[in-house]
Ligand binder design. Structure first.
Ligand SMILES: *[C@@H]1O[C@H](CO)[C@@H](O)[C@H](O)[C@H]1NC(C)=O
Ligand SMILES: *[C@@H]1O[C@H](CO)[C@@H](O)[C@H](O)[C@H]1NC(C)=O
Length: 348
């Protein structure tokens, strides 16, 4: 009886509820948003307590030597209770609807920029900023899927630098997009040995990028910023939440940040061949971490990739929010790389 009375008093007959003005009510309803944003921002940024936990699990920290000897055993150790997805279509052939004119048969490296069909402004930013500072031997190509097709065709007539592949371009299809890119290059560009993948909201220091050695023969590696000791998030309301039924361990193996990396032809081929033998995780860079581990693709670390500050970077990229096109142009001017590109092209 006491409890009921208390509840009734608190929630229904509280003197407070009579005095609340509509404005106060409104404020109270939305008051949780700011602390919520701070909390999620903090959790995504530092994750410190969780990461300390993962740093104690040494089998999740190895980078250069793949953890497991045999492929099946490796997959089993990550997914003890899951089989490969029977309807996995990640390795299927995806044809090109528009092909870039910028890549010539003799090119050995190319820059692939994953771009959403609607992101014409970012593509123009790249064309007007760092793309012209790259060597002519390293062409830039924007890859999209379906969407905004008329605009894409017009853009392509003018610039010739678009590769449109036949799939629905959405955030959830990012892994499919990467596989479609690898498939296309392996089929149609036999001389490409290194695929340089970069986001459209980045700044590239061309000098630094060109200093990174070209792969030799059949090395299978991905070079970029290796992240270690990342925990699986248990906050089910965040987009990065992965349920235990999908991936049971508390920690992820090392993976490369997806905003910028270089992958060799051999590694791309191995990943495309093996991807459907491994159960899928919807976070594409984590998925690639597992795949690289089990398929014995080396992850090589370079601190200059996915760099968050404008100093000593190969590829500058701000991870936590997407800058607008105007902000990217402003950052580009501040980077000091721009003035040379316009008036005094870099000579190699
Ligand atoms: C991914 O692309 C495929 C092929 O175009 C499409 O059928 C599917 O609906 C897409 N998935 C999502 C989540 O957009
Ligand atoms: C670009 O990279 C080169 C080579 O690492 C370096 O010397 C130069 O200072 C960098 N430029 C800027 C503006 O960061």
């Amino acid at each position: 009886m006491q409890w009921r009375r208390l509840i009734r008093l608190t929630f229904f007959k509280s003197p407070l509820s009579c005095k609340l003005s509509p404005l106060k009510l409104l404020t109270l309803q939305f008051a949780w948003i700011i602390p919520y944003l701070f909390l999620t921002n903090y959790l995504e940024r530092s994750l410190l307590p969780f990461r300390l936990l993962c740093y104690t699990q040494s089998n999740f920290l190895g980078v250069n030597s793949p953890l497991r000897e045999d492929f099946k055993g490796c997959v089993r150790s990550f997914f003890p209770a899951r089989d490969k997805d029977e309807d996995c279509g990640l390795n299927r052939r995806i044809d090109a609807l528009i092909e870039p004119r910028t890549v010539k048969p003799w090119h050995q490296r190319m820059v692939v920029i994953r771009s959403a069909p609607m992101s014409a402004g970012y593509r123009q930013y790249v064309r007007d900023s760092w793309a012209p500072t790259l060597l002519p031997e390293v062409p830039t190509v924007f890859v999209t899927g379906h969407g905004n097709d008329d605009v894409l065709r017009k853009e392509h007539e003018k610039f010739g630098d678009i590769l449109q592949l036949d799939f629905v371009d959405s955030y959830k299809n990012l892994t499919l997009k990467m596989m479609a890119i690898y498939g296309y290059i392996l089929r149609a560009k036999p001389n490409i040995q290194d695929i340089i993948v970069i986001n459209d909201d980045t700044i590239v220091n061309a000098t630094a990028l060109h200093q990174i050695a070209v792969s030799t023969s059949d090395d299978a590696y991905v070079l970029g910023k290796v992240s270690r000791g990342y925990p699986r998030l248990l906050m089910w309301w965040l987009p990065w939440y992965v349920p235990g039924s999908m991936y049971p361990s508390m920690c992820y193996p090392p993976f490369i940040q997806g905003s910028s990396f270089i992958i060799t032809r051999t590694a791309a081929q191995r990943i495309l061949n093996g991807i459907c033998e491994i159960p899928a995780i919807h976070l594409d860079d984590v998925m690639m971490g597992v795949v690289a581990n089990c398929l014995r693709v080396d992850l090589r670390h370079n601190e200059g990739f996915d760099h968050h500050t404008l100093d000593e970077y190969v590829v500058f990229h701000y991870q936590y929010s997407r800058y607008s096109v105007a902000e990217m142009f402003a950052l580009w001017r501040r980077s000091g790389l721009g003035s040379r590109a316009v008036n005094d092209p870099i000579r190699w």
